[in-house]
Design a protein around this ligand. Sequence first.
Ligand code: PLP
Length: 415
Amino acid sequence: MALVNEHYLKLAAGYLFPEIARRVAEFTASHPEHAREVIRCGIGDVTEPLPPSAVRAMQQATAELADRATFKGYGPGTGYESVRAAIAEGDFRSRGIAVADDEIFLSDGSKGDCGNILEILGTGNRIAVSDPVYPAYVDANVMFGNTGAALAGGGYEGILYLPATEANGFLVDVPDASAAAPDIIYLCSPNNPTGTVMDRTRATRWVEYARAHRSIIFWDAAYEAYNRGDAPKSIFEIAGARECAVEFRSFSKSGGFTGVRCGYTVVPKELKAYTRAGDAVALHPLWTRRWNTRSNGVSYAVQRGAEALYTVDGRREVAALVDHYMENARILREGCAAAGLRTWGGEHAPYVWCRVPDGLDSWGFFDHLLRQARVVTTPGAGFGRCGEGYFRISAFNSRANVEEVVRRMRALLAR
Ligand code: PLP
């Protein structure tokens, strides 16, 4: 008898984005005359074409594969050396952060990595996440057996939810000393969904906390390219982080690779986890082994495309893409504020987080905006209990759409 992974059966109703898609499909089916007017600012998917340098590199790589003299078969499971070197140099060493080439592990994107990394850690680790949170962290831990059952009011038994609220500026701080310390802490900066960025003082407190409790920080920097201020772009800017942190990076939102699929994880050689007997075990060899056993790595052409983002032209093109979305974020942030909404984020992140006007909850306001303004946003409640009362607008769109969204929201909220 084949046994099922019963942890999957604990997963609460639909993942957030399918539910949004269902509501939009229902609306357009019942109002086909408005279907073409719908503007999607819900899911955080990029809209602009790929940087030309990446396109050329992928075309060139495909041509190499088409020629017997330059053909390539299986590559190294953890990524081609030149690509790992370009990343380690471009994202870290050139900024004074010590990361070795072989501490970079290429992948098909960081959503997978945030869950896959659990394979090299024991079951039963106590997980901490912010609330609201990017839902993939939680679901991956449910599937892996790190939680109990779904709770009636949202969330799962056994997870430590750290409230991110107006009171703390939507930035989570270390738990107080009386709480049992979590073993694994997911921190996302710039943050999805709130668009806030963790300052250096808080990040330092987290590193000190993790070291003191022999916990591990999973630092998700998928939106690092949008952080143009003084806040840390990498957790490895903080002294001591190499002993207590893993960092996830993605080319999805910097190079527009959401469809191409490429990201990477940094696992420092000093990082250790413990056996039940208390013996320290280095994670770098385990993660290397995991990749070489479970995958043959990322496609050659895609890796060449990612590498091209580090050339002089590639960097300029990435900066221009990020500029485009950041200007959208500014227009949305200022437009929402002018419409009378309280807003956060959108300054060093492609998301603007807004308080729902009085009298509606976050799904109620989602439906209202969809029906009355034909604008799709993401209801805060979909990201956790503390997200109730807020909604997220994504800046990933064309300029014309963003301006139209602001115009429609101002008109709707002025009524
Ligand atoms: N981490 C966060 C916080 C995200 O918002 C996303 C995507 O939206 C990802 C990771 C996943 O990125 P990728 O496309 O690399 O899988």
